[in-house]
Design a protein around this ligand. Structure first.
Ligand SMILES: [Zn+2]
Length: 118
């Protein structure tokens, strides 16, 4: 499998993993656009939101529960954060393996509004 994220999931490529369970892995974006910028990635190889199937309903629901947990664990739940899916090359998706960007930790609105989107 020539997928970078599958290699990260299989520990063939190192990454800064901050959380992992049976179905998901969460690691730091190598090119962070915010003080906290993590990628929440299902271990199942789904290319993009366009490729999510009916059979993935439960998995995608769990993806948001993982996002919520990570935000809470890193203390940004109350302050607020962004969750972003880029879809396809035109949408800015660099790696064709579904992942949810979690961004937060800004110290001010001004810092948040700097050009930063992944
Ligand atoms: Zn993959």
């Amino acid at each position: 499998m020539e997928c970078l994220f599958c290699k990260i999931i299989n520990k063939e490529v190192p990454s800064e993993i901050i959380y992992e369970n049976g179905k998901f892995i969460v690691f730091r974006d190598i090119n962070p656009k915010a003080p906290i910028h993590y990628l929440i990635c299902p271990k199942k190889h789904i290319i993009s939101v366009n490729h999510v199937g009916e059979e993935d309903r439960e998995l995608i629901g769990e993806l948001f529960l993982v996002a919520k947990k990570i935000a809470r664990d890193f203390g940004i739940s109350e302050k607020g954060y962004k969750l972003v899916f880029n879809v396809g090359k035109g949408g800015g998706q660099l790696i064709p393996h579904l992942h949810l960007h979690l961004l937060g930790g800004w110290r001010s609105k001004k810092e948040r509004d700097l050009p930063h989107m992944p």
